[in-house]
Design a protein around this ligand. Structure first.
Ligand code: ATP
Ligand code: MG
Length: 457
């Protein structure tokens, strides 16, 4: 049982008209939330408010009624539209006082840089009555820390390089002294190539049984990340509680789980290849090198990745991968035989243990009734056999390309783990054909079936 008293609650208000218009986004709250969570403080609500005194004062009052800690970011600058100090003062009926120490530090800061100080800068030396100033090592806007009715209100500058230092050096130590000893542990599970709804249908009955687990699900193209967060009085208790749920969900998901940490799929595949001392080559058409890009994004990929071919044209499929003119003419470039020949050709030409191939119709044009947009063939070859999955993806060009790369990597992961490649979520199973043992090629790890079942040619 995950037993813990209710946590300290924080709200974050990001201040700035630039943050409610299109080009800018609030990222400070992400950094701040991560640090608060480490202290066992939960962020339940974030707001983004334009530079407007009344709107801001109202937002501050409301947040103060709901949360133990209200953190404001931005609006501490010298300009007319920087209103955070004024808004906090107005929200609680407090006055602003010019702080003599802050004023002299401000004058020194400008003098030290040989820059004349505008009169408007002086308002950065205004302190809310009762507040403590938080030094800013990276800029001119001091932060402020005050308690109103036993609750914390903290004012922080907007520029990320300023706020991050202030959070680490000023805010975290103060909150740590106030927050009860609470620890938040997050356990992550990552799942590839399964629909979000199907995954949650399995997981929800498990995590919803645990009262003190907060679950979030992040879904990308063929990629689902579960985050199970548990707060407890000790680290080990939080760890035990988050792990219990993660392990139970992982057990129910079986092979679909590719990481029990926050590893990327390409890192998992890379580690498996390196562990087995095996190598990989790629042959990509519609994904234009996405698989190779992801594989090489992992440091140390040179240990197992030999290289890849982006064979977009029929001509290069033939010249670089030995795809037969017959296969292209009879079945077309987007077909099971061509995917197979691409994978086989990439493996043979490179000498790699494994090769993956992708050929498909990413759209938006080029689809037919027989071969619609989203149809992708994914080949996976090793010295023993070559499997080809036929998948029908939905979505736009980018999503189809990302899904294809994801399924290719996940098929490789499954095969490396000695399970049949490609998830059963597609109604048409992968077709597998045995390969002639190729002399001189590295064979898969001893005793391994390499995950691709043997099928008589
Ligand atoms: P300054 O003295 O620079 O005016 P300030 O505290 O008034 O400091 P803002 O004017 O609100 O801060 O923001 C300064 C810059 O910091 C913005 O242009 C923006 O680039 C960045 N910034 C502000 N708020 C955020 C935020 N929530 N997330 C990320 N960046 C932010
Ligand atoms: Mg400003």
């Amino acid at each position: 049982v995950c037993g813990a008293p209710s946590p300290m609650i924080a709200e974050i208000i990001a201040v700035g008209s630039e943050l409610v218009t299109s080009p800018r986004i609030d990222t400070n709250s992400l950094f701040l939330t991560a640090r608060l969570n480490e202290l066992g403080i939960e962020v339940r609500r974030k707001s983004v408010v334009a530079d407007n005194l009344d709107l801001l004062a109202a937002a501050i009052r409301e947040a103060h009624q709901r949360a133990h800690v209200v953190a404001l970011t931005g609006g501490l600058g010298p300009t007319e539209d920087d209103l955070t100090r004024e808004a906090v003062a107005a929200a609680f009926g407090l006055s602003l006082e010019r702080d003599a120490g802050a004023e002299s530090r401000l004058r020194q800061w400008f003098a030290g840089r040989g820059v004349p100080m505008a009169a408007s800068n002086l308002k950065q030396a205004d302190r809310i009555a009762g507040a403590e100033l938080l030094p800013n090592r990276k800029g001119t806007a001091a932060g402020q820390w005050l308690q109103v009715d036993g609750r914390i209100v903290v004012l922080l500058p907007g520029p990320p390089r300023e706020i991050e230092v202030m959070i680490l050096e000023q805010v975290v130590p103060r909150l740590r002294a106030l927050a009860p000893p609470r620890h938040l542990v997050t356990r992550v599970l990552k799942i590839a190539d399964r629909p979000e709804s199907a995954v949650d249908e399995i997981a929800a009955p498990i995590y919803s049984r645990h009262a003190n687990i907060a679950t979030t699900i992040l879904a990308g193209a063929g990629d689902i990340e579960f985050r199970f967060r548990c707060t407890a009085e000790t680290e080990s208790e939080a760890e035990r509680c988050a792990s219990a749920v993660a392990e139970e969900v992982a057990g129910a998901m079986g092979d679909a789980v590719y990481s029990r940490a926050s590893e990327d799929l390409e890192a998992v595949v890379g580690r498996m290849l390196a562990d087995r001392g095996e190598t990989l080559a790629t042959a990509e058409s519609c994904t234009g090198g996405l698989v190779a890009e992801r594989i090489t994004a992992v440091p140390g990929a040179s240990r197992y990745f030999l290289g890849g071919v982006v064979s977009y044209s029929d001509e290069l499929k033939m010249r670089l991968l030995d795809v037969s003119a017959d296969a292209l003419r009879i079945h077309g470039a987007v077909s099971e035989p061509v995917a197979r020949e691409m994978a086989d050709g990439a493996r043979r030409r490179s000498g790699a243990t494994w090769a993956v191939s992708i050929t498909g119709i990413a759209g938006p044009d080029g689809g037919t009734a027989e071969k619609p947009v989203g149809l992708v063939f994914i080949g996976l070859a090793n010295p023993k056999a070559t499997a080809v999955a036929r998948r029908a993806f939905f979505g736009d060009r980018e999503r189809i390309r990302r899904l294809a790369a994801q399924v290719a990597l996940d098929g490789l992961r499954l095969a490396l783990g000695n399970t049949p490649p490609f998830s059963p979520s597609d109604p048409r199973p992968a077709t597998t054909r045995a390969n002639e043992p190729a002399p001189g090629l590295a064979s898969p790890g001893a005793g391994s079936e390499s995950g691709i079942e043997r099928v008589a040619p």
